[in-house]
Structure formats: structure tokens, C-alpha cells
Ligand binder design. Structure first.
Ligand code: NAP
Length: 288
């Protein structure tokens, strides 16, 4: 039976460390600040935003919410981002996605100053990740790496397979594994013989968005299985992309859903915000 990669415990450890770092910054007169923009009234986005604000308060980060109506124009949203770029008490800016269909996401992402881009979605930060010289990493892949590090799992020389090639999860995930010397394969909906490719993986990361997509026959005995998916099963219960029970019988390590990658994502957002405050105040911050 696989060992659980416990995201709740790893996340608590990150937050405890950040709380100390924030207290030290406050002694220097610096209070890390995060602006959270939410447009419209999507219930899932509201839950995510509330959780992010609560997590900020837990470690002492100042957060300010900007809740805009669904009929906000592109110009109004861009004007808000521009004003936040200019505020010295705001070190990080995030715009909760998805935006209402009437608004374009790309110009908003590109309007956020790369130095305040704590989601690491701006093309400049994506480029930094590509060349391996980065300050901000998208929160979910960063959280996966933290889980591997905590468990002492080193991707070096291992066959790593990432299912999914989105800009926010799959692609940066693959780059981070590559930077740690994994031999990385990225799979997607056009991949031929997915089962055989996955069954070669020493580390298998599923970021597909389909409940119980990864079945035991796709998993090599002893593999590390990381489940990024957040889906609802036929009973409306939260579940990942991995068919947990049978896969856990075969894997060496596995992340549960809930309680695996999910809690890490917000902790990495907090970490990026503290990094941003350090960068903007010309203070050193460990490259994690
Ligand atoms: P996405 O943008 O929809 O990307 C899904 C990827 O899966 C795409 O690259 C797609 O391939 C691939 N895919 C779909 N069907 C496939 C198939 N049959 N075989 C192989 N690949 C297939 O999703 P995302 O934003 O990356 O998110 C993925 C999952 O992670 C979702 O469940 C999401 O809710 C979850 N998530 C969790 C967290 C967290 O904090 N835990 C954070 C972000 C996302 P194509 O590119 O060919 O279409």
C-alpha cells in the first residue's frame, strides 16, 4: 500500500515557516500585501478567493479584495490592475480566473507587473521558468515539487510523465521536473497509447480534469503518483484524476484528493507573495 503524500501537513509546515518570515519582515517595516481581484459571482471562484484571504491572514500577509461586478469592462479591469501595479503596499496581484465570458484573460495577465505576478502566468515569468532562472512558479506545480521534496523524492534520472499540457499546470510542471533532472514526457488528448507511456513512469503526475481517469493498469509498480485533478464523482463528492483505491495498492507514494496537492497550491501563493515583498524591497529570499 502506497505512502500518502500529505498535503495538509506539508502545507502547515510551509505556512509556519512563512509566518516567521512575515514576522521578521514586519520588524523591518515591511508588510507583504496581496491584491485579490474577483469579477462576477462564480460560486467556485468565491470559495477560492475566501480561502486565499483566510490563508493570508493566517500568516500575517495583508490582503485586499477587489470584487467587481460581472458587467465590468475590460478597460475598467485594466485600470484597476494599473493602479495596483503602482501601489507600494501591494506586492502581489492575482486575478481569479476564469473571468466572465465578456472579458479577455490574456490582456489582464499581461497587464500585471511581472514583479507582482504571484500566479506566475505573465509571459515574462513563463520565460524565466523555461530558462530555469525564476522567482515565481505557478502555485500548483510548485506545490507538487514541495510535496516531492518533503518526502525525499528526487526526480533526477527518473522517468516522469505529466498528463496534461495546460499553461497553469502541465507545462510548468514538466519544466520543474526537467530542471530537477527528470526525463520528462508530456501527454495530452492526442497522445498515442497513453496507457503504455504512463506505465513507464517512475513519477506520474495527472492534471487532466477527469474523475478516475488514471487506472491501475496505467501505473508501474512502485511509482510515485501525484493527482492534481479536482473533480466531482457520480455522487458529487470531490475526487481526483486517479482511481485512488486500486492505484494506491500499486504505487509507492500517492497524493490523496482532498488533502494532497490542493492545500499546497494556496501555500505556494503565500510563498510567492512573501518572495514578491522581498524582491520589491531588495531583500534576499531563498530560491525555493
Ligand atoms: P485543462 O486546462 O483542462 O487541461 C487538461 C489537460 O488534460 C489538457 O492538456 C488535455 O489535453 C488533457 N487531456 C484531456 N483529456 C485527455 C485524455 N483523454 N488523454 C490525455 N490527456 C487528456 O486543465 P488544468 O487547468 O490543467 O487542470 C487539470 C485538473 O487539475 C483539473 O481537474 C483542475 O480542476 C485541477 N487543478 C487543481 C488545482 C489544485 O490546486 N489542486 C489547481 C489547478 C487545477 P489537450 O491539451 O490535448 O486538450
Amino acid at each position: 500500500m502506497a505512502v500518502l503524500l500529505d498535503g495538509k501537513a506539508a502545507s502547515a509546515a510551509v505556512r509556519a515557516r512563512l509566518k516567521e518570515e512575515v514576522a521578521e519582515l514586519k520588524e523591518k517595516g515591511i508588510v507583504p500585501g496581496l491584491a485579490v481581484i474577483i469579477v462576477g459571482d462564480d460560486p467556485a471562484s468565491r470559495i477560492y478567493v475566501n480561502n486565499k484571504k483566510k490563508a493570508c491572514a493566517e500568516v500575517g500577509i495583508y490582503s485586499e479584495e477587489f470584487a467587481l461586478p460581472a458587467d465590468t469592462t475590460q478597460e475598467e479591469l485594466l485600470a484597476l490592475v494599473a493602479s495596483l501595479n503602482g501601489r507600494s503596499d501591494i506586492n502581489g496581484i492575482l486575478c481569479q480566473l476564469p473571468l466572465p465570458a465578456s472579458l479577455e484573460e490574456k490582456p489582464v495577465i499581461e497587464a500585471i507587473s511581472p514583479l507582482k505576478d504571484v500566479d506566475a502566468f505573465h509571459a515574462a515569468n513563463v520565460g524565466h521558468i523555461m530558462i530555469g532562472d525564476f522567482s515565481f512558479v505557478p502555485c500548483t506545480p510548485a506545490g507538487v515539487m514541495e510535496l516531492l521534496h518533503v518526502a525525499g523524492i528526487d526526480p533526477a534520472g527518473k522517468d516522469c510523465v505529466v498528463i496534461g499540457r495546460s499553461n497553469i499546470v502541465g507545462k510548468p510542471m514538466a519544466m520543474l521536473l526537467l530542471h530537477e533532472n527528470g526525463t520528462v514526457t508530456i501527454c495530452h488528448s492526442k497522445t498515442k497509447d497513453l496507457q503504455a507511456v504512463c506505465a513507464r513512469a517512475d513519477i506520474l503526475v495527472a492534471a487532466v480534469g477527469r474523475a478516475k481517469f488514471v487506472t491501475a493498469d496505467m501505473v508501474k509498480p512502485g511509482a510515485v503518483v501525484v493527482d492534481v485533478g479536482m473533480n466531482r464523482d457520480e455522487n458529487g463528492k470531490l475526487c481526483g484524476d486517479v482511481d485512488f483505491g486500486p492505484v494506491a495498492e500499486k504505487a509507492s507514494y500517492i497524493t490523496p484528493v482532498p488533502g494532497g496537492v490542493g492545500p499546497m497550491t494556496i501555500s505556494m501563493l503565500l510563498q510567492n507573495t512573501v518572495k514578491a515583498a522581498c524582491l520589491q524591497n531588495a531583500l534576499l529570499f531563498d530560491k525555493r
